[in-house]
Design a protein around this ligand. Sequence first.
Ligand SMILES: Cc1cc2nc3c(=O)[nH]c(=O)nc-3n(C[C@H](O)[C@H](O)[C@H](O)COP(=O)(O)OP(=O)(O)OC[C@H]3O[C@@H](n4cnc5c(N)ncnc54)[C@H](O)[C@@H]3O)c2cc1C
Length: 103
Amino acid sequence: MWTIHLPRWSTGLVAFVGDAAHAPSFLSGQGSSLALVGAYVPSHAGRAGRSARTGLAAHSAAFAAYEGRIREFVRQNQALATSGGTALLPRIAEELALRNNAR
Ligand SMILES: Cc1cc2nc3c(=O)[nH]c(=O)nc-3n(C[C@H](O)[C@H](O)[C@H](O)COP(=O)(O)OP(=O)(O)OC[C@H]3O[C@@H](n4cnc5c(N)ncnc54)[C@H](O)[C@@H]3O)c2cc1C
């Protein structure tokens, strides 16, 4: 539902983070949080892997670690878009009434 889903977030020396990699929906929120986590994790993974590897190998290892660590977190946050959407965008009269009567 209006979310970005890429099969992978990096290639070679280039990696996507934030909305470019995995924009959530406004129905899920969390876009800023995911962008911050997505910016922090690969930079941290890069520092951790620098001593053992260099160049493309270091980047590949860091980007694989980045994706391995947060892809499930991203999936869970994007899934929020389909669990609470009727409160924001009611589709039928019953959903509208449910939202309007919610406390
Ligand atoms: C109306 C609206 C409300 C939102 N409300 C919330 C909310 O309440 N909570 C929440 O968590 N998220 C919210 N979001 C989502 C959140 O804003 C984004 O998920 C988050 O900003 C993504 O961060 P980002 O760094 O990936 O991308 P962006 O914040 O979009 O940053 C990308 C930057 O790259 C720049 N840029 C683009 N192309 C180029 C180029 N060629 N060269 C140089 N620079 C370039 C852009 O100008 C921009 O500054 C909202 C989004 C919108 C549109």
